[in-house]
Design a protein around this ligand. Sequence first.
Ligand code: M6R
Length: 608
Amino acid sequence: MCGIVGAIAQRNIVPILLEGLQRLEYRGYDSAGLVVVSEGQLTRMRSTGRVAELSNISADIQGTIGIAHTRWATHGVPSERNAHPHMSRDLIAVVHNGIIENYEAIRTRLVAGGYEFASDTDTEVIAHLIHSHYVNGKTLLGATQAALTELVGAYAIGVIASDNPDQLICARRGSPLLMGIGIGENFFASDVSALLPVTNKVVYLEDGDVVEMGRQSYRIRDAAGEIVARPVQFSEISNESVQLGNYRHYMQKEIHEQPRAIADTLESVSNSHSIVPGIFGAEAAACFADIDSILILACGTSYHAGLVARYWLEEIAGIQCTVEIASEYRYRTSVANPRALVVVLSQSGETADTQAALSHAKSLGHVHTLAICNVPESALVRQSKLRFLTRAGPEIGVASTKAFTTQLVALFLLTLVLAKLRGRLTAEVEQLHLHSLRHLPAATQKVLDLEPQIAKLAEQFACKRHALFLGRGLHYPIALEGALKLKEISYIHAEAYPAGELKHGPLALVDKDMPVISVAPNDMLLEKLKSNLHEVRARGGELYVFADAGTHIREEEGVHIMQMPEHAGFLSPILHTIPLQLLAYYVALQKGTDVDKPRNLAKSVTVE
Ligand code: M6R
């Protein structure tokens, strides 16, 4: 949830740390701080609020070695005293992303040993623990390794000492961390985007790795303390892809990137005459031949993608599918079917609950696992037997947009592969689906053209306090996703219901002040949906209907129509998502919220 970055160089690294933090701010943004070693002393600056505040107060600091942090509070309120880096007796400084579960016991012991705590964080115990080993004669590396053996929980940390200006230590277990290699300088960060201005030569660290970095060299030790070589890679993420360009917000940019993101995700099939299991990994054919059901595990928006897939998988592939919220599944005593394919869905691949759910599934005897993920080398990808990488590119806005639509594309491909293997897809129908998929980027672009109308519509929402989203069948999860987007960035309370469920309770909420947003595809449930909409109108509810061409829902008093293109069949949920993303975006603009960094949230939820 937090972002960390560190650098050791022959030049002043403060601008590098600040730029890195700016790029990691999506991971947490309630406070930030940095520390450098200069003239044998630790010089630390911290501030609440955004990295920009930290930049303002750090102009006069210089150093050639330092670490920095942007925070999403877990232990202790957002405040300067709880902001990282945390220090021990002006000798050791630490930044940390993750959670130390046994920090209370360690803290009690350290207090008894004479350590004074200056914050409410779990992280501060790491600084004092390292200090206690360091002053007892261990090297900085040895002291860090000794401290890490005492920690229970997840961490990615960076460590420096005031009397050791030539060594930077970093380590990870359970939280993402990579190194960047420069010429005469080295770096670490939670995410490659933080390092792109200085290098694209990176090493993804494994769980348990501890790294000693100097300016000219580095050494990685694994969990057993053995020196290991990890592959050096050249990140393909371009510096431009993480820049805002001409857009006002990352969310807007990412909504507009969807035609390209979908096209890239479809690359493996767009020039092919058929869909093959191999796109999910070399072992996919054997694995898919052995499965009799699907279990999808995910959180938030990714969970909504799973809910859409359930309709596809059962109807098109005829395979039974269950979708579970990862944070619930991980603690549920469920009956495992070892012949089920466990599919974990995640933009980041680092979501703690989804990782724990995957581990739980494996512990219950599940052997077939597939990660559909947007981040190569992420934990979920590494921990799954099969993988499909969506090609959305870096998603910076906290509200997930292009990651969702590309997940849907991947899940549709999975559906077609399984349908084919199960003898439920004729060659002719396969070609029809392939044709629709190839047309999807253009169809997406057509929906994006509705942007000016949706921006206008959003003006009517700024004064609303609640909203209801309706959908049916395949589009019920799209209503859920629309409601999540709206509440997440505009702070308007929004709920979603399958439209047929209205009369079982939620209709009581409907009055003239309750906008009701409905997804209205021209599908077999259209007439049922129309009846539900009449029920709303009869109670004075104001209707906003995203209707496909040919639905014949008329614009009239209290009924506002957004005209969508012609119905896109099974791919319709992908298209109907886009106007709801735009609606949430423009309502948030009206309300003046911080679109890319909504309050209380962070992009990657790497803590429980
Ligand atoms: O990285 P993941 O897809 O695993 O993240 C899951 C959720 O935290 C995420 O989708 C969240 O709900 C988004 N902020 C919603 O826009």
